[in-house]
Design a protein around this ligand. Structure first.
Ligand code: SF4
Length: 361
């Protein structure tokens, strides 16, 4: 079987090259061709000996997940539905802005955590994505969008906020993160790579020690009673433990604050009483809040908070000295906004698969 080079970080590629009797500097050359230059064709790697190129053609491949469907929003947001085999699909979203390009990456097919407001959770868990399937999203999206006029790749920021809980696919997520940060690959700043977690406390400590990047925590409720319902993993890692883990994370984090994500659900978690509880909860934790208007999906038991409620909620936090932003709803015409990433994926997958079969006859 051919080795997919997207599965190997530089250390792994060097070890694989050693098994073939090839020197470490050759591994570095190939790593740079694949990730820095975005080149999948070994024959085009012009500074490699012909004998090495032939060996690679025979034994290796560079394969990111197959794109089943692409959607382009009027605001420039692009969403790709990726086939990760056995009827599973995940989504990757590229969000262009004037000063940066952000890629939202998935780490699992489905998710086991079943947050009450999340369409992914309704699908259940299918499997962890491999390193190649995670880094392949960045590799492929860079090539697809293309370099800008200065010759730079378009993606400057990565957020692991797509389908799945990254810290429950810890090893593959961290290997992919290291590749994102590696100067011989994408060279992204730790401050511009964000892992979003629902609060897997022991894994937050491991991430801090093994590969600290910016951290976002899906908070969504100011007290255990409500968070137990909205984010059921809270029953295992309640708020007291979660806030302590956030403070430990900050000891080594590349940013001096945690971002708390807070989805605004009409009449559920969006009152001024909730805002005041949040202020008390986060008193000892340097943080920013990102308020996210809920994107209803079919059978969703919640409604989006009215704009006035969101504004008053934000003002209350800001008056207490907490930097608070409200996420712009982007790409909602293609269901690419947060919480919709996996919306109807399985249906779409089946429909797309059917169409592919029809096309192939
Ligand atoms: S919000 Fe995140 S952690 Fe919760 S079910 Fe959805 S994908 Fe999983």
């Amino acid at each position: 079987m051919q080795q997919n080079l997207l599965d190997l970080d530089l250390a792994g590629l060097t070890a694989w090259f050693a098994e073939m009797g090839e020197k470490p500097f050759r591994a570095k050359q190939v790593f740079r061709w694949v990730h820095k230059a975005g080149e999948p064709d070994f024959e085009a790697m012009s500074d490699l000996a012909l004998s090495l190129r032939s060996k690679l053609v025979e034994r290796a491949t560079v394969a990111s997940p197959e794109v089943m469907r692409e959607e382009l929003s009027a605001d420039g947001t692009r969403k790709w539905l990726l086939n990760v085999g056995t009827g599973n699909a995940v989504e990757t979203v590229f969000i262009p802005e004037t000063d940066r390009g952000t890629l939202c990456v998935s780490t699992q097919a489905g998710c086991a955590l079943d947050c009450a407001f999340c369409s992914t959770g309704k699908q259940g868990f299918n499997r962890n994505l491999s390193v190649a399937e995670i880094i392949g999203q960045l590799w492929w999206a860079n090539r697809e969008v293309g370099k800008n006029s200065e010759g730079n790749w378009p993606i400057t920021n990565v957020v692991m906020m797509g389908m799945g809980e990254p810290l429950l696919n810890f090893d593959n997520t961290v290997t992919a993160l290291r590749m994102m940060l590696d100067d011989h690959a994408y060279g992204l700043s730790r401050r511009r790579v964000t892992v979003s977690t629902s609060g897997i406390v022991p894994a937050m400590d491991r991430l801090r020690d093994e590969c600290p990047v910016a951290l976002a925590v899906s908070l969504h409720a100011p007290n255990d009673a409500l968070r137990d319902q909205l984010v059921p993993i809270n029953q295992k890692y309640p708020l007291r433990e979660l806030m302590a883990a956030c403070q430990r994370y900050l000891e080594k984090a590349p940013r001096d604050f945690i971002t708390f994500e807070y989805i605004m659900l009409d009449g559920v978690n969006d009152t001024l009483k909730h805002a005041r509880e949040l202020i008390a909860l986060t008193r000892d934790t340097p943080c920013k809040f990102n308020l996210i208007p809920f994107n209803p999906f079919p059978q969703a038991p919640y409604q989006r908070s009215p704009a006035d409620s969101v504004r008053r909620f934000a003002e209350t936090l800001i008056e207490a000295g907490i930097v608070t932003t409200t996420r712009k709803v982007r790409g909602d015409d293609i269901a690419a906004a947060c919480g919709q990433l996996a919306g109807q994926v399985q249906d779409k997958t089946k429909r797309t698969a059917l169409r592919i079969q029809e096309v192939r006859g």
